[in-house]
Design a protein around this ligand. Structure first.
Ligand SMILES: [Zn+2]
Length: 252
């Protein structure tokens, strides 16, 4: 990234290809100068994201295999393995122990362990990790494969006890935070425990729900406001710190 490409904002986890108009979503992030990690949910989706990201300056496409789809898409694991050496950006991967997905949990674990071991071996990956109700299991895998020694894990929707949050910090994890998370006590607790230097903003568009359901990719001003308040800082200093962190991680 040259000096010309200094971003205005950061969306470290969103699904541009699942928005109603994918091309418009890419264009929106580019024109807003929003440094964006466009995660994908299946390896088959990576190529079209990668080609759109290549045309712009602010969006990075990530290669993913989503835990909620692992039951149907485990067969695409070989495609994931084939593509992984071609990109620094991985996501969305992870574990989901929510009620709807618990039946596939053992399969999710096998896939996640294999993906993480591959990333550790290849090195230099930035990995957006879904960790809904699975803080301990995700961190166990991070630690077992030693991913933190060669890659940067970024935990998405992470909620955990204080000791688990501290464990994640010790393992070098970053945390991407959206507005909906911050309205729950778990989100507040997270920010009370981690330094701002490990925080990134995200929208998870189009998947926040309730009053946050209408968020567009890059629409992080509400999240910045809440993060700034949690750290007792002004919003522009908060946004600047988050931009700097994201640039360090996403600059190719
Ligand atoms: Zn997501």
């Amino acid at each position: 990234m040259s000096n010309m490409d200094v971003p205005n904002s950061v969306d470290f986890h969103c699904h541009l290809d699942l928005c109603q108009d994918m091309r418009a979503a890419y264009a929106r992030c580019e024109s807003a100068r929003c440094l964006t990690l466009a995660v994908t949910t299946t390896p088959k989706a990576f190529a079209r994201n990668e080609s759109m990201a290549r045309d712009g300056r602010f969006v990075r496409a990530a290669l993913g295999i989503h835990p909620q789809l692992v039951a149907q898409r485990a067969s695409e694991l070989s495609l994931f393995e084939e593509l992984a050496p071609s990109t620094r950006f991985i996501g969305e991967v992870g574990l989901d122990a929510g009620r709807r997905f618990y039946s596939s949990f053992e399969r999710q674990k096998l896939v996640f362990e294999r993906v993480m071991a591959l990333c550790a071996r290849l090195g230099d990956k930035v990995i957006s990790i879904h960790s809904v109700r699975t803080a301990k299991q995700v961190l166990d895998v991070v630690e077992q494969v030693g991913i933190h020694r060669s890659c940067v894990p970024v935990l998405h929707w992470f909620s955990a006890s204080r000791p688990e949050i501290r464990r994640a910090l010790d393992l070098g994890c970053y945390f991407s935070v959206n507005e909906q998370m911050m309205t729950a006590p778990t989100g507040q607790k997270l920010l009370e425990t981690i330094p701002l230097s490990r925080v990134l903003t995200e929208t998870d568009a189009p998947f926040q729900s309730g009053e946050f359901g209408g968020k567009f990719p890059g629409d992080v001003s509400g999240a910045i406001q809440l993060i700034a308040r949690a750290y007792g800082m002004d919003q522009s200093a908060t946004a600047a710190r988050i931009r700097r962190t994201a640039m360090e991680l996403l600059t190719v």
